[in-house]
Design a protein around this ligand. Structure first.
Ligand code: NOJ
Ligand code: CA
Length: 567
């Protein structure tokens, strides 16, 4: 593919509520991000994606917007955001905002008008309304956050549609006025000087217009809605138009949250004329739960399964265009807790091995706040301690499906989105230095050990190693190969080593990641390579078969010496 500026970026994802609280009210804010720009810069970050900061009742922590043009006062004022954009620009850090256009909050004035004037509102057609059938909802589809996708519209026999929570009514994209309102808003933000958008739940904007029932797939008598609401035929018309009316007018980056797209269609999404610059592929992040959406349907997996998912994703994306690579985000549990099964093995080596493994894949890498210091899941003792609406739903659904309370709690502790949403650990003081007052969400006591300050002081820390990982991609001699090079699998059938090559013309980088707590022999002529990155200081040894011994959780990234040296 033709080179693009956004291929070179290193992106840091910020969950603003939990990043840094500048005014000590227990909630992170925009000024808090501005204050930490130097920290991000020192890490080597070039671009930041901030989860939604717009006005919102926060039922889904900002993914329920009640005014697209205002900021949530808890996060700050418009001048704070302008200041952040300006200061970031000075430091050459780009800002990407979240774009939530599949749905609004039910507190958005359009929906409020509809509630007040259900028959006559000029916004009736802004949302999806349908008559119930014999006092029942129009279809048996289950929303992503549980329960029917349909909610009665007070005082009528109609229902409104929501793919996600009850307080997140879906916009009716079939209505041109809705689309035009959204395009105007998108352009307003792009004019403010942001670098682009991460585009939320974008594959949901088109619904199957038949609104037919499907066979139930749960004891609630409902069926997952995604078969009828995600990546439906006709979506291409909306996505083309969205791009033409907004993104295409700017030199911006767009990162689509696009679950439910089969690989055969990736070219439409991320090809040369695709709808987006890149999209996330969630298949490998969701390897531990059935279809990513039912946390009580645990799937047993091993390193080979993980490897297959990653390699397939890499090869498919390589054919189609460009991808966004990641280990964590605000909807996932912590990667160290997920991918390293035994707690005793979660340490510097496994954390840095995971970091380097995903970082050198082909794609633009995204680091989620706290990942760079090895933050872990936070186990809660009762359902009352959870904030995330999907955790609450998954808990009660597990129980409905026949599990007891302890089992239900176990599933959500493993998978809850609150695992990654706990406040950032800045130091070992009260509340991890995130705030001087009790934060909005309970946090893991291990901030006393795992925190930015102590890792800044320790040159052998995970944080320092992340800086190295980034530096190698951005400034080493092998940078072009690591950014633009092709992906090629190595040791495809090995049960515990994930290895791959990146190749660009005559340049070659080969990466080995040992996912085992034991040494693993590999065939490797180390004289042919220079070491770009290694999370061990001690030298590797050879076994009696002259095989190279990779150490437990070793990450070894090697650059092939120029062929000419050996000719
Ligand atoms: C995906 C977002 O990442 C998630 O946090 C949110 O709950 C849903 N979309 C709905 O907007
Ligand atoms: Ca605050």
């Amino acid at each position: 593919m033709e080179k693009q500026w956004w291929q070179k970026e290193v992106i840091y994802q910020i969950y603003p509520k939990s990043f840094y609280d500048s005014n000590n009210d227990g909630v992170g804010d925009i000024k808090g991000i501005t204050e930490k720009l130097d920290y991000l810069k020192s890490l080597g970050i070039t671009m930041v994606w901030i989860c939604p900061i717009y006005q919102s009742p926060m039922a889904d922590n900002g993914y329920d917007i009640s005014d697209y043009y205002q900021l949530n006062p808890e996060f700050g004022k418009m001048k704070d955001l302008e200041e952040l954009i300006a200061q970031a620009k000075e430091k050459r850090v780009k800002i990407v905002l979240d774009l939530v256009i599949n749905h609004t909050s039910d507190e958005h004035p359009w929906f409020q008008d509809l509630l007040e004037n259900p028959q006559t509102s000029k916004y009736r057609n802004y949302y999806i309304l349908k008559d119930g059938i014999d006092g029942e909802p129009p279809t048996n589809w289950r929303s992503v956050f549980g329960g029917s996708v349909w909610e009665p519209l007070n005082g009528t026999k109609e229902y409104y549609f929501h793919s996600f929570g009850v307080k997140q009514p879906d916009l009716n994209w079939e209505n041109k006025n809705v689309r035009e309102e959204l395009y105007k808003m998108v352009n307003y933000w792009l004019e403010k000087g942001i670098a682009g958008f991460r585009v939320d739940a974008i594959t949901f904007i088109k619904k199957d217009q038949s609104y037919d029932n499907l066979p139930a797939d749960g004891v609630d008598g409902l069926v997952k809605c995604t078969k009828k609401t995600r990546n439906q035929r006709g979506i291409e018309v909306f996505l083309h138009e969205l791009k033409k009316e907004t993104f295409a007018k700017y030199d911006c980056v767009t990162i689509g949250e696009a679950p439910g797209v089969p690989y055969e269609q990736y070219g439409d999404y991320i090809g040369a004329n695709g709808y987006f610059s890149m999209i996330f592929d969630f298949r490998y992040a969701d390897l531990d739960v059935a279809s990513g959406s039912e946390w009580f349907k645990r799937v047993d997996w091993d390193v080979l399964d993980l490897k297959k998912l990653i390699f397939t994703s890499q090869q498919q994306i390589q054919k189609a265009g460009w991808g966004a690579t990641f280990l964590e985000n605000h909807d996932q549990n912590r990667s160290l807790s997920k991918y390293i099964k035994e707690e005793k093995n979660r340490n510097f080596y496994s954390a840095t091995m995971l970091g380097a493994m995903f970082f050198y894949l082909r794609g633009t890498p995204f680091i989620y706040q706290g990942q760079e210091i090895g933050m872990t899941n936070f186990t809660r003792k009762s359902i009352e301690e959870f904030d995330d609406i999907s955790s609450v739903d998954q808990y009660y659904r597990s129980i409905k499906e026949g599990f007891n309370e302890e089992e239900a709690l176990h599933f959500i502790n493993l998978r809850s989105r609150d695992n990654s949403r706990t406040p950032m650990h800045w130091n070992d003081q009260a509340y991890g230095g995130f705030s001087e007052v009790e934060p909005w969400l309970g946090m893991n006591e291990n901030y006393k050990v795992i925190n930015v300050k102590s890792q800044e002081q320790d040159s052998n820390s995970i944080l320092h190693f992340y800086k190295k990982i980034i530096k190698v991609r951005q400034t080493s001699e092998a940078r072009n190969c690591l950014i633009y090079g092709d992906f090629e699998p190595v040791l495809e059938d090995h049960p515990t080593i994930i290895a791959y090559k990146r190749i660009l013309n005559h340049q070659e980088v080969v990466c080995y990641f040992n996912f085992s707590s034991k040494s693993q022999p590999v065939e490797l002529n180390n004289h042919l390579y220079d070491v770009l990155l290694n999370n061990y200081k001690e030298k590797n040894t050879f076994n009696s078969n002259q095989q190279y011994e990779l150490k437990p959780y070793q990450a070894l990234v090697l650059q092939k010496k120029e062929a000419s040296c050996y000719e």
